[in-house]
Design a protein around this ligand. Structure first.
Ligand code: PAF
Length: 275
């Protein structure tokens, strides 16, 4: 496994016509990331994992400084998965003139100011800005993301289509703990009591899906029932969206996605479910 920091060190795979499957990450790798890596390895060519905690996607009061950084463990996991190259860019390698002076991508409000964008208004601009740079620098042919960040996935698909970047964006199913909690690097912030409460979110989503099949399909009703099914959590949002466009629906139907965010203590959980 090659470990590199600079774009020059990224091997000349593409010059040799090899396809590159990139798994962009911020490190603190868990089994969800490993499923993305396993998907990358199914593709022809080489697998590349980037580890970069992107300052541009964190708000001023968010957890950039506290974000878990577990490089040694991450490298071991990548090695065990048979990753061909781990790319650990320095901040100046991604933002040569500094984060504040970087030209960025602006995502239209219709996609970036709904769902998670209501409480994190600059998040998706920051994500797109870094992923654009990672794609250009790596010349990846495929980039793989998890469906837990469903809004991120839809926005990134639109970005590569709008900007005509020759890469295929591929999404992988959510990986869950045995009690259903969607895996996330931030789950390690949860106390044991919070960790117990956190699992109620997925159970409440499953209940909502069941109730939908019984005819309860108004999102306002689903929202208040879901909140009462996970009383220890504070709902940030629950929305039903079109699977391709993220358009918000008042009435949910099969094929839509229920997307949820809720606070569990100081930790914000997100999850989603196809209905
Ligand atoms: O999903 C993430 O971990 C990040 O948003 C990403 C895509 C690696 C960009 O920093």
């Amino acid at each position: 496994m090659i470990i590199c920091e600079t774009r020059e060190e990224l091997t000349n795979w593409r010059n040799n016509q090899l396809e590159v499957s990139l798994v962009p990450t911020m490190g603190a790798l868990h089994d969800g990331h490993l499923s993305l890596i396993q998907e990358a390895k199914k593709h022809r060519g080489r697998s590349l994992v980037s580890i970069f905690v992107n300052p541009k996607q964190f708000g001023p009061n968010e957890d950039f400084d506290q974000y878990p950084r577990t490089l040694d463990a991450d490298l071991k996991k990548c090695e065990d998965e048979g990753v061909d190259c781990v790319w650990i860019p320095k901040e100046r390698g991604i933002y040569p003139e500094g984060v504040e002076n970087a030209i960025g991508i602006t995502v239209p409000d219709s996609l970036s100011k709904v769902l998670c964008g209501v409480s994190r208004p600059h998040f998706f601009d920051g994500v797109c800005t870094v992923v654009y740079r990672l794609l250009i620098l790596s010349k990846a042919t495929t980039a793989i993301f998890g469906e837990k960040d469903f809004q991120q996935l839809i926005i990134l698909k639109k970005m590569v289509s709008d900007l005509m970047i020759p890469v295929t964006i591929s999404g992988c199913p959510i990986v869950r703990e045995t009690d259903g909690l969607a895996m996330s690097s931030r789950n390690r912030y949860l106390s044991s009591k919070e960790r117990h409460n956190a699992a109620t979110l997925y159970q409440a989503l499953l209940t909502a899906k069941k109730e939908l099949s019984e005819g309860i399909n108004d999102i306002s009703v689903i929202r208040s029932r879901l909140q009462s099914n996970c009383p220890q959590l504070t709902l940030d949002y629950l929305e039903c969206v079109d699977h391709d466009t993220l358009e918000l629906k008042q009435t949910c139907k099969n094929g839509d996605r229920l997307c949820v965010a809720a606070w569990c203590g100081q930790t914000r959980l997100i999850d989603n479910l196809m209905i």
